[in-house]
Design a binder for this molecule. Sequence first.
Ligand SMILES: Nc1ncnc2c1ncn2[C@@H]1O[C@H](COP(=O)(O)OP(=O)(O)OP(=O)(O)O)[C@@H](O)[C@H]1O
Ligand SMILES: [Mg+2]
Length: 228
Amino acid sequence: MWEIIETENLWKIYPDGTKALKGISVNVKRGEFVGIMGPSGSGKSTFLHIIGGLDRPTEGKVVVFGRDLSSMSEDELTQFRGGRIAYIFQFYYLLEDFNVLENLMIIAEMLGIEDAERKALEILDFLRLSHRLRHKPHQLSGGEQQRVAIGRALITEPDLILADEPTGNIDWEEGRKIFQLFRKLNEGKGITFVVATHNPDLAEFFHRIVHLKDGQLVPYNWDNPKRR
Ligand SMILES: Nc1ncnc2c1ncn2[C@@H]1O[C@H](COP(=O)(O)OP(=O)(O)OP(=O)(O)O)[C@@H](O)[C@H]1O
Ligand SMILES: [Mg+2]
């Protein structure tokens, strides 16, 4: 396994002076399923945004898939993200005027993915959404909406999925199902995952946990013996 994310001495100081990351160094290897955990405000989202090229660090090195993000222009970053990295957020950001199938197809067409409809239908079947293809987001449950958001990530055929509180808006049972699905994609398709959550009940799913507190790395205390 080789490193697909390498960071060194990452600092993020927002314009108002908030120090969100204070010199952290974290690497992620291909095929890992890594949790970013820590209390609210500890820097989880900031870290994900930086490794995903959505934001830049104030200081420090970020190399993703062997490319140094700090040397890229905004256009290069946009292009780089589109190809290999997908995001799943707490608030689903689905296109409300379009049905489930269209939500995937629009992304596929934007990226010029071949054989898009067959792939979209296959993904939606895998996500247990085949009976909801023509429904619009407001007609779906929270768990179903999050599965559509995952479908939108999968249609891009990513190597890396960055998920920020992906189960933050759904109940515990449905949240566990989403994590089981992530593990299946991780193990079956080899997609690397970096997932931020502050829910310790989900810790058992991760191969490894990067624990943040106040913008710094701290050891994670495994108090959950059920970890597999
Ligand atoms: N755009 C911004 N400008 C100023 N401060 C910010 C900005 N975004 C985040 N922060 C601050 O940076 C710190 C880290 O925020 P971040 O969103 O990364 O935390 P988090 O761990 O994701 O929290 P949560 O669990 O609530 O999502 C917090 O103190 C937050 O208030
Ligand atoms: Mg956050």
